[in-house]
Design a protein around this ligand. Structure first.
Ligand code: GLV
Ligand code: MN
Ligand code: MN
Length: 382
């Protein structure tokens, strides 16, 4: 979890590995592990590599971390041959991508891309602690965040290796795949307000049960998303207050996450879900507040970088398979300042965001070899 004790330990370990691989490495102002391997001359623009160090609850080991250690391994391979390239390499282990702690995602990559929203500093975690206070406790003064924004031109491209988190590569018997685009997402927070009351005395007809209303809303989200083949919709978090067996729930807060490969489809569906929730609330005389926590449009990978990645895949002896990403990634934020591309590595059963997440050592090696090959053949411009 972002800015936790465990995050500190993981970040320190990653910084140590970065230094062992021959890089200058430091904790930056938003809590990223940030490292640089100079090119043929100091101060050249960089090829940026990386992924995130944070995880969801009860996560697997590879979502995020695989991309960070693969990138470090590639630099280590260069360093051990004393090889310098006509560009620098930066490897970033982003402190927050998942957004679990503060409900708003891509904090590390947005800061680097210069699109960190200062309002996020006021977001509170489940214990009520604000992000600004959590940063300060981690030894990071929030006013320094703008200093880590990279200038346009300083980053030639961003390339990320990540587990697929889906079943396509496994089904096709391929260890790696080249990503075409990252689906867009919308995240909402819905609050329904009814009336708390005694579970034994208030007649059913007279109740304004916020949780029963939320149950209707959850089913409406599921039904709407099921009707649209390319879209997915999830209510992943729900809290009922006061939360006692013998009290009618007076207030409920739940999340809605909607993703799609087309922004128009996603925007229309989010509007439809909002109006369904409002109707359900009105029919049950519940108060209703719907906040948009975050939205990102579809992020396309750059064709010239995809082609370079595909050539690396072929040189390493694998068949090229292109596929879109249903999951969000740090590249969505980096796209604000540079072109991006991604390489997916096959995972078992398509399972991710679960302790059952698993990959083979052979596939990890295949991914790292393709990434190293891509780096060494990287063409600075079209
Ligand atoms: C990140 O893993 C996301 O897609 O939510
Ligand atoms: Mn994830
Ligand atoms: Mn991830």
């Amino acid at each position: 979890m972002f800015l936790s004790r465990e995050a500190r330990a993981a970040t320190d370990q990653v910084l140590a590995w970065m230094r062992e691989a021959g890089m200058d490495a430091k904790l930056d102002a938003i809590g990223n592990a940030a490292a640089r391997y100079e090119g043929e001359r100091p101060g050249l623009p960089c090829l940026m590599l990386g992924s995130h160090l944070d995880t969801v609850r009860d996560a697997g080991k590879y979502d995020g971390m695989l991309g960070v250690i693969s990138a470090i391994e590639c630099v280590h391979a260069l360093h051990s041959r004393k090889k310098r390239l006509p560009f620098a390499i930066e490897v970033i282990g982003f402190g927050d991508e998942e957004g679990v702690r503060f409900g708003t995602t891509l904090l590390g990559s947005r800061a680097i891309a210069g699109i960190f929203d200062r309002k996020a500093l006021d977001a509170a975690d489940a214990t009520g602690k604000k992000m600004a206070a959590a940063l300060a406790e981690f030894g990071l003064p929030p006013e320094r965040i703008p200093e880590i924004a990279r200038k346009k031109g300083a980053v030639l491209a961003y390339a990320e290796l990540h587990i697929e988190q889906g079943p396509v590569l496994e089904a096709e018997g391929l260890p790696v795949g080249v990503v075409t685009a990252i689906n867009g997402f919308s995240r909402l927070r819905v609050t329904l307000r009814g009336a708390a009351g005694h579970a034994g005395t208030v007649p059913m007809k007279l109740r304004r049960d916020a949780l029963a209303g939320a149950a209707d809303c959850v089913l409406a989200v599921e039904k709407t998303a099921r009707g649209l083949p390319e879209l997915v919709g999830t209510v992943g978090r729900i809290e009922a207050k006061p939360g006692a067996i013998n009290v009618i729930p007076g207030e409920v807060v739940f999340s809605v996450d909607v993703r799609a490969p087309h922004d128009g489809l996603r925007n229309q569906t989010v509007a439809a879900i909002r109006s369904q929730i409002e109707k359900i609330a009105a029919a049950r005389t519940l108060g209703c507040e719907i906040e948009t926590l975050q939205e990102f449009g579809v992020t396309a990978c750059a064709p010239r970088l995809m082609q370079q990645m595909e050539r690396a895949v072929e040189r390493q002896g694998y068949r090229v398979r292109r596929l879109p990403s249903g999951a969000g990634h740090d590249g969505m934020a980096l796209a604000a300042i540079t072109e991006i591309c991604m390489l997916f590595v096959r995972c078992k059963g398509g399972i991710s965001h679960s302790p059952l997440e698993s990959i083979t050592a052979e596939d990890a090696a295949a991914g790292a070899k393709v990434l190293c090959d891509f780096i060494e053949h990287f063409e600075l411009s079209a």
